[in-house]
Design a protein around this ligand. Sequence first.
Ligand code: UT7
Length: 326
Amino acid sequence: MAITAAITAIGHYIPEHILSNFDLEKMVDTSDQWIRERTGIEKRHIMKDGATSDMAIEAVKELCERRGISPEEIDLLIMATVTPDHTFPATAAIVTEAIGATNAWGFDLEAACSGFLYSVSVGAKFITSGQHKKVVVVGADKMSSIIDYTDRNTCVLFGDGAAAILLEPNEEGLGVLDESLHTDGAGKKHLHMKAGGSRKPPSAATVAAGEHYVYQEGRAVFKFAVTKMADVCEKVMKRNNLTGDDVRFLVPHQANKRIIDACANRMGVDSSKVMLNIHRYGNTTGATIPLCLYEWQDQLEKGDNLILAAVGGGFSWGAIYVKWAI
Ligand code: UT7
């Protein structure tokens, strides 16, 4: 049987500090009710000190412990993040050095909220090609470092967190089985950071204008996400002959509960089979999907069909079909 890339361990890190909807009521003109009804979020965790790599390091350490491997056994580490410690070097370099992954190479992959899915796709190819035996994919974001806490349109949505998965070869037909990934740069105007890149380098003026924060036209992104996430899930289900009953869990990016509900509804997947933790963490960008897998892993059994799905900045979107392997 052909080699597939299976998820064999998961680690995570959530910072301690909690920012509740009630805390936000004191900071901007919003209400707990508005946030819960429009997004499903009740609180989010915020990293007070430290960087994205600090969360990623803890997640990978836990992963290694749970799998019983030494970091030296890791061949490749891919970091999905929009909040790297620095523009360069890659956060993957910082993480591999800190954990002692001396035999690994690594890089960052930036695809906004779809970053984890894209990274799983890339990582899986190194397993199926036979080139590597242990690939770590980390989703980690310190969204609080790029959020304007005076902007109610965005500051209620995001939180900080990290989670990591290990991909290893499988010969039983389990693991990553199919994917449909997409990019459409026409969406860039609706969700972006205005300055800080080569088009508009940082300056006193860009800082004063608040151009280093997340800018989002929520309604336009919502409209796109609510149809595209369901479309891509349906497509992957159809070509793998899966009905809603065959899907053990939908593992959606956690941006808005209403988007997730609409997607599950179209897939014919009952709400009891949807991984949902947005109420506790908000949108942690690269970390949402692996955080769900971490929290639900004890409910999963070998052979379970999972559909991982995301839509995010770019636009970027996609779905991955995984047969659980452990
Ligand atoms: O992960 C990356 C991808 N991102 C997404 O998938 C996010 C997609 N978008 C969304 O989740 C939703 O669009 C939001 C949650 C961001 C906004 O919800 P909405 O139902 O689309 O609201 P809206 O943007 O259409 O705004 C409705 C009203 C506006 O007031 P007016 O213009 O009707 O008077 C906003 O100013 O709600 C107002 N509003 C708020 N009110 C209280 C916006 N944010 C807030 C807030 N508290 N925090």
